[in-house]
Design a protein around this ligand. Structure first.
Ligand SMILES: [Zn+2]
Length: 225
């Protein structure tokens, strides 16, 4: 086996309370023979996969998305020089995505997890974001999934912005509205992409098979040969 790189944020208490809503131990060794816990999570917290139902009422649920969508060759698009509040343009992804082949997984690497901790609001309020033309360029490469190490939609910061600042931007849900209708799943908040040494890797984003949900936290890894 090649070198395994974990691209997954640990699941631990978070300032967004829904992300790890509850964690309790309901059986302990001082009272019995087992240690057992209950954990309540947001389906969209930490490193996770999205299914089309997340944005479209008739979209597939996670259990209806073929497993092949989340496993395969991934093409790392190096956008590490992208700074804070920077729109990622079609020209940028085209310049760095020449190695993408149809049917793969596109991974946009900004190293945002190194520049802002997801434990801070700045992770959302100052992040780079994907523009509609960039999303459409990626769509044209016919990927089966697209992964991000930053909050890809500008609107994710809206709860933290003044109205006039919101009005300056129109690329609202560019990633979800562009990819999910085509059965292309989105994989959000991967991390550690700086540990990869190749621009093409084997990629696995596997979540529990929770029936009927529109996404779920996943363990995402890359394997470099
Ligand atoms: Zn999500």
């Amino acid at each position: 086996m090649g070198r395994i790189v974990d691209l997954t944020h640990p699941i631990e208490p978070h300032w967004r309370p829904s992300w790890l809503n509850e964690r309790k131990v309901h059986a302990t060794f001082d009272k019995g023979s087992w240690h057992a816990s209950i954990v309540t999570l947001s389906c969209h917290g930490f490193t996770h996969v999205d299914a089309p139902l997340h944005r479209f009422p008739d979209g597939k649920t996670l259990d209806q998305v073929p497993l092949e969508t989340f496993i395969g060759t991934a093409y790392i698009v190096d956008l590490a020089e992208v700074g804070v509040n920077t729109p990622i343009t079609a020209e940028m992804v085209a310049a760095r995505g020449g190695h993408i082949r149809p049917g793969g997984i596109v991974v946009l690497k900004t190293l945002w997890d190194q520049k802002a901790s997801h434990k801070t609001k700045e992770f959302w309020t100052t992040a780079p974001f994907l523009t509609q033309p960039a999303a459409e360029w990626i769509l044209g490469q016919r990927p089966k999934a697209v992964a991000f190490d930053f909050p890809p939609a500008f609107c994710f910061r809206y709860p933290h912005l003044e109205p006039e600042e919101r009005a300056r931007h129109t690329d609202r849900y560019a990633p979800h509205e562009t990819f999910l209708p085509h059965g292309i799943s989105t994989i959000e908040y991967v991390c550690n992409l700086g540990k990869l040494t190749r621009n093409t890797v084997q990629f696995f984003a596997l979540s529990p098979n929770v029936v009927g949900v529109e996404g779920f936290p996943a363990r995402v890894i890359a394997i470099e040969e």
